[in-house]
Design a protein around this ligand. Sequence first.
Ligand code: ZN
Length: 165
Amino acid sequence: MTHGRDEEMKNKEEKFVRLKPANTDLDGFLGSDQRPLTEIIRADDETVKKTGLTHQAIAERMKFFREAGKNGLGEFVKVAPHFEVSCEIARGLLPCPFGEAGQHRKTIVIVRNLRLRKAITFSDLNIHLISAHGFYEGRGSPFRLEPVDLAQILEIGGSDMPDYN
Ligand SMILES: [Zn+2]
């Protein structure tokens, strides 16, 4: 029964693909997430679309806070109307785990939303991963960002935001 055997091989292969991401550099970004990379990206894409945003709009807002925070040289600076931002740039550069050319600065941005009393931390690499790959990292990864948290805490998509669609 060659058919049954083929079926079995196919199942084994599928299991293997699930266990092993195509690019092992990505392992550290998946955390304890058991879902395949494509599913992580698809699920977040769906969430972002549901909130009426785009990855680009989210990344642009993150860049805005990064630039605003730079003036503080690591200290928190006020950003209207009710934010505080710190932006720390460490030495060295990081490659993108997706493997394309280019390096990313080790910048850590902390944004406090004083109105909501909530804060969120992200890096330059997060901005790149979102803007270029629609990737917010796997659940359990230390730098996992929930698209909904970004939208809420950074107040993306308010009436004063440009329409990106
Ligand atoms: Zn990349």
